[in-house]
Design a protein around this ligand. Structure first.
Ligand SMILES: C[S@@+](CC[C@H](N)C(=O)[O-])C[C@H]1O[C@@H](n2cnc3c(N)ncnc32)[C@H](O)[C@@H]1O
Length: 281
């Protein structure tokens, strides 16, 4: 692959998904795009670049972009955000009128482990506090990549995937085994909905959320893109909502639209001017 091809292909990915691919990641293009070259009967990445300069190659550019996203995820990833959420949900419940839906968004949900971890956590909370059983919840999972959304909707995970983060008792209670794989139980998937969505797009039509998980995706964006995405997210948060970022991500120094919750490194509220009255987990 020539340097010009590398610049051209990574430029497409950056424009479409926000993902920045470093000069040292040429190998990633070579390995991840091999199936696409085969499918398109193209001999090389240089040939792919030439094809993408032709008109009507929108779908090919999108397929390439999706193949270059990193979709790593696991159940209850990093633990801490879920423990914080466990404390926050009863407070949100107490602060909402009966019957009002609590809306939770797993932005960049990948294969669904984050959304299903939240659903499991809600089920555990409702079992401990029957008052929560009457509270409607929605978990909205979105991602830019079609293939991971198909997997999230299916709700079926390999032995390797369930071993990462799920205690055995939780696995036995919340999943059914099917031909060596594990399917999340229907009562847990019923409140989850998955849709394709690009975080670089206009997010205003999504409505307001009480909880947002946007974890391990901003790390791939440059600072202006992070700021744009975070500012759109902040505008979707209810005044007492919480935004959870990944362990290696921060909004500090990126935008003033979000404020970290006291004592928390990766949990933020919207900078509404109502901070003193905010709910604390
Ligand atoms: C590393 S995974 C994180 C999954 C999950 N949030 C977690 O922390 O385990 C990053 C996900 O972000 C998605 N993604 C990348 N760019 C995106 C964009 N512009 N809009 C929406 N999703 C995007 C990728 O497809 C990928 O599934």
């Amino acid at each position: 692959m020539t340097p010009a091809t590398f610049t051209f292909l990574t430029g497409i990915v950056r424009a479409r998904s926000g993902g920045v691919i470093g000069a040292d990641q040429g190998y990633m293009l070579e390995t991840r795009l091999t199936p696409l070259l085969k499918r398109e009967n193209l001999p090389s990445l240089d040939a792919l670049a030439e094809r993408l300069k032709q008109p009507r190659t929108e779908a090919l550019a999108q397929d390439m972009t999706e193949l270059l996203t990193t979709n790593e995820s696991s159940f209850f990833r990093d633990g801490k955000p879920f423990e914080h959420l466990r404390g926050l949900i009863p407070k949100l419940h107490a602060a909402r009128p009966p019957g009002q839906k609590i809306r939770i968004w797993s932005a960049a949900c990948s294969t669904g482990q984050e959304a299903y971890s939240i659903s499991i956590l809600l089920a555990e909370l409702a079992e401990a506090d029957p008052g929560l059983k009457t509270r409607p919840f929605e978990i909205f999972g979105t991602d830019i990549t079609t293939a991971v959304l198909d997997r999230a909707r299916a709700g079926v995970f390999t032995q390797f995937e369930v071993q990462r983060g799920l205690p055995i008792r939780t696995l036995m209670k919340r999943f059914t085994q099917e031909e060596g794989r594990w399917r999340i139980k229907p009562e847990l998937s019923a409140i989850c909905r998955f849709e394709k969505l690009n975080l670089l797009g206009d997010l205003r039509g999504l409505g307001r959320f009480d909880v947002i998980f946007c974890r391990n995706v901003l790390i791939y964006f440059d600072v202006p893109t992070k700021a744009r995405v975070l500012e759109q997210i902040a505008a979707l948060m209810t005044p007492d909502a919480a935004l959870y970022l990944g362990a290696a991500e921060t909004a500090i120094g990126v935008t003033r639209a979000l404020v970290p919750l006291p004592g928390e490194r990766a949990v933020y509220g919207p900078a509404t001017g109502q901070e003193p009255g905010r709910l604390r987990a």
